[in-house]
Design a protein around this ligand. Structure first.
Ligand code: AMP
Ligand code: GLY
Length: 421
């Protein structure tokens, strides 16, 4: 069969790489893809938000199944359009993707579904928001309602940090609604669930590292690394999360006439004190897609055929597939470009990726890379490489990943050294 993957990040590279090894797949296509993805898929020069063009392409080229990577395509209504034209697609409808695209909608659904989450208030203007923040004082978490690539969340730990957060929210972010949440302590875990709108399958749990710098310092990013399986929760806790944080939301979405099909990513804050788990666990957010860089470490451990899972989600296959995982651990280290996240530098040459990929147990996924006129690999800015090491335990996986990272040169790159520590 022919599978089309939408997106151009390292997550989509991992999807194409894994699909290319499926015995059921004859051709992988990727729109628009990148220079790294070209080794696993045929590139199609159409942007993820050009949904009508993508539909025409898929129809004219006999695409059997489409897998959506980024949320921007979901928000542009790609799933609604493909489904109304009987083209199988993996991802939620625009209405169901609101669980990610609107923080206030997600909160409202969580309350209706009785999902454990931080207490919150929603504000639509600056004055009442200010008064509320002054009254309660730090720590509080302020979130712009809408997609902001992880840059719309302000964890305000000191009262003097409210002003810069207001300035960003009502300045560059132009937030029309702001969610203010109670500050939660603990560590984060990313639990991703596949659903066909009725039933649910838990993927292996992972965790990512949101802050730019080692020891969880610096600004929030889309994620600077990931580990799978996450040692932060055990199997019984994952089941509890499925029962209390995924299934009720899926049931609520179905009840509202907007069933959720696709990947529901629950980002949780988990108390470090085992005595406070599972009851003290709280959902921070939902994403309506595979996480990036979680997907890179999760798919590196998937041993069953991804097509069986994708077809089940898309409703092509009715029987629930058995999803299996290797008992290895994977550690993904992100090599971000110079200046990430505030002022990304584009166009620098990346050297050493081929060599790094030869390290045993390592795969290097690329994001937004291009080729220069003489074939040099060029950085497109942002979280450029996802270097995944797989090993018998987290230490071995980590060692492999960093051995490969150290073979790569990218001027001024931003790379954490403590992923998986
Ligand atoms: P979100 O996009 O809502 O997941 O927020 C981005 C990041 O901000 C999360 O991954 C956490 O690191 C942090 N964060 C969000 N909400 C809270 C909260 N209520 N308490 C503490 N940290 C939070
Ligand atoms: N790594 C977090 C995300 O994909 O949003």
């Amino acid at each position: 069969m022919k599978v089309l993957v939408i997106g151009s990040g390292a997550r989509e590279h991992a999807l194409c790489w894994r699909l290319a090894s499926s015995p059921r797949v004859r051709q992988v296509l990727c729109a628009p893809g990148n220079a790294g993805i070209a080794s696993s898929a045929k590139l199609v020069p159409i942007q993820p938000t050009s949904v009508s063009e993508l539909l025409s392409f898929a129809q004219e080229n006999g695409v059997d199944l489409t897998v959506v990577g980024p949320e921007v395509a979901l928000e542009a209504g790609i799933v609604d359009l493909f489904e109304s034209n009987s083209m199988p697609i993996v991802g939620p409808s625009k209405a169901a993707a609101m669980l990610e695209t609107s923080k206030s909608f997600a909160k409202e659904v969580m309350v209706a579904a009785q999902v454990p989450t931080a207490s919150y208030e929603v504000f639509t203007s600056e004055k009442p928001l200010r008064d509320y923040c002054v009254k309660l004082g730090a720590p509080l978490v302020l979130k712009a309602d809408g997609l902001a690539s992880g840059k719309g969340v302000f964890v305000v730990m000191k009262n003097e940090d409210f002003e810069p957060a207001f300035a960003a929210l009502f300045g560059p972010l132009k937030a029309e609604r702001v969610v203010v949440e109670e500050f939660l302590e603990g560590v984060e875990v990313s639990c991703i669930f596949a659903s066909n709108g009725h039933e649910v399958i838990a993927l292996a749990p992972a965790h990512d590292y949101k802050r730019l710098l080692d020891s969880d310092d610096g600004p929030n990013t889309g994620g600077m690394g990931s580990v799978c399986p996450s040692p932060r929760i055990n199997g019984a806790e994952l089941e509890w999360i499925q029962e209390h944080c995924a299934a009720p939301v899926l049931a609520e979405m179905k009840k509202r006439g907007t069933p959720f099909k696709g990947f529901l990513y629950a980002g949780l804050m988990v108390p470090t004190d085992a005595g406070k788990r599972p009851l003290g666990m709280r959902v921070l957010e939902y994403n309506t897609r595979l996480g990036d860089p979680e997907c890179q470490s999760i798919l590196s451990r998937l041993t069953s055929d991804p097509v069986d899972l994708f077809e089940w989600i898309a409703g092509v296959q009715v029987e629930k597939p058995v999803v299996t995982w290797s008992n290895l651990t994977s550690v993904c280290v992100v090599v971000a470009s110079n200046g990430y996240p505030e002022a990304v530098v584009k166009g620098d040459e990346i050297v050493g990726v081929e060599l790094a990929s030869l390290v045993p147990g390592v795969v290097v996924f690329q994001a937004a890379t291009t080729r220069g006129p003489k074939g040099a690999l060029l950085c497109g800015g942002g979280r450029t490489l996802s270097v995944v090491g797989v090993g018998g335990d987290v230490g071995t996986a980590r060692q492999a990943a960093y051995k490969a990272v150290d073979m790569i040169q990218l001027r001024g790159n931003r790379t954490r050294r403590d992923i998986g520590v």
